[in-house]
Design a protein around this ligand. Structure first.
Ligand code: NAD
Length: 273
């Protein structure tokens, strides 16, 4: 169901479906999106300091009918804050803006060479101090993970990556699974481009569901956490209506087969900081 979860390697339950708020403007837009989502049954909100809307996310949480302890709140340390001390300061600043005293998951937003090992040490400290229930990374390809693991004490619990039918990266998923790292999708709707694909239109009519519901259901059947973004109430509600049908194994493979290594976001190996 909508409040179901996958278990992280430290035993924490991570709701497998959540709301993304990238480009949801701070103020009424993000406040309402978060509030509507939580009141409708979402239990997982994905923000980041660079989204510049943590204050609104915090307010939406407080205005909702859901207790802070019954939801899974995620934020990320931005590239310019990487390093040990600066990450600790960035974490405190995120908590302050969100108006909470812990996070459920804190992620390194992008790999940034050697300094990310210092960033990771800071996340390990925050985790050991129980100021965050789980720690992870985002946009880490296999070689970034292997490099991090040479010095990490704690294996990341999550890797949040661009993931949709045009960018599956099954080898990376398999590698993460082999290390107990939960895979998570960003831009699961291909930033809106999924709606143009004829094959998605065909599947939507076959199952009598929307295109968004088909692709988000595929994420969950592949064991991938998903966080579609919308700030429109009707879409927030409709996007979560995935629990009354199942894609056949053939259709899962049909979507897998659309993979063409195409990114809509930046390439982690060529990201301009
Ligand atoms: P997305 O794939 O979720 O697509 C969002 C777009 O689809 C928006 O334009 C929205 O208006 C539209 N949309 C949503 N539901 C719709 C529907 N039912 N019908 C028609 N259009 C619909 O894109 P995203 O926001 O890039 O990704 C989701 C979340 O992932 C973000 O909000 C953010 O939280 C996270 N993210 C993380 C990173 C990272 O580097 N870690 C990068 C990008 C996004």
């Amino acid at each position: 169901d909508l409040q179901g979860s996958f278990e992280l390697h430290n035993g924490v339950q991570m709701p497998y479906f959540g709301l993304g708020v990238y480009l949801s403007k701070d103020g009424s837009e993000v406040i309402n999106a978060v509030k509507e989502a939580l009141n409708h049954g979402y239990r997982h909100i994905d923000t980041a300091s660079v989204y510049d809307n943590e204050e609104g996310v915090g307010q939406g949480i407080r205005e909702s009918n859901v207790d802070r302890n019954d939801m899974f709140l995620v934020s990320k340390v931005w590239n310019t804050d990487q390093g040990y001390d600066s990450t600790l300061r960035a974490f405190d600043a995120s908590l302050e803006r969100l108006g909470t005293d812990y996070l459920d998951l804190y992620l390194v937003h992008w790999p940034k060479g050697e300094i990310s090992k210092e960033t990771w040490k800071a996340l390990e400290k925050l985790y050991k101090e129980k100021r965050v229930r789980a720690i992870g990374v985002s946009n880490f390809l296999q070689h970034h993970l292997e490099d991090l693991l040479t010095s990490a004490e704690i294996v990341p619990m999550v890797n949040q990556m661009e993931f949709h039918p045009y960018l599956v990266q099954q080898d990376l998923i398999d590698f993460c699974n082999s290390k107990g790292i939960q895979y998570e999708a960003w831009s699961p709707l291909m930033q809106g481009n999924i709606f143009d694909l004829d094959i998605m239109k065909d599947l939507a009519s076959k199952y009598n569901k929307t295109i968004a519901q088909i692709v988000l259901r595929w994420d969950l059947q592949k064991g991938v956490v998903t966080i579609p973004k919308s700030s429109k109430k009707e879409r927030i509600i409709a996007n979560s209506d995935l629990f009354d049908f199942e894609l056949s194994e053939d259709d899962v493979q049909l979507l897998d087969g659309l993979d063409r290594g195409k990114r809509f976001g930046p390439d982690p190996d060529n990201f301009d900081f």
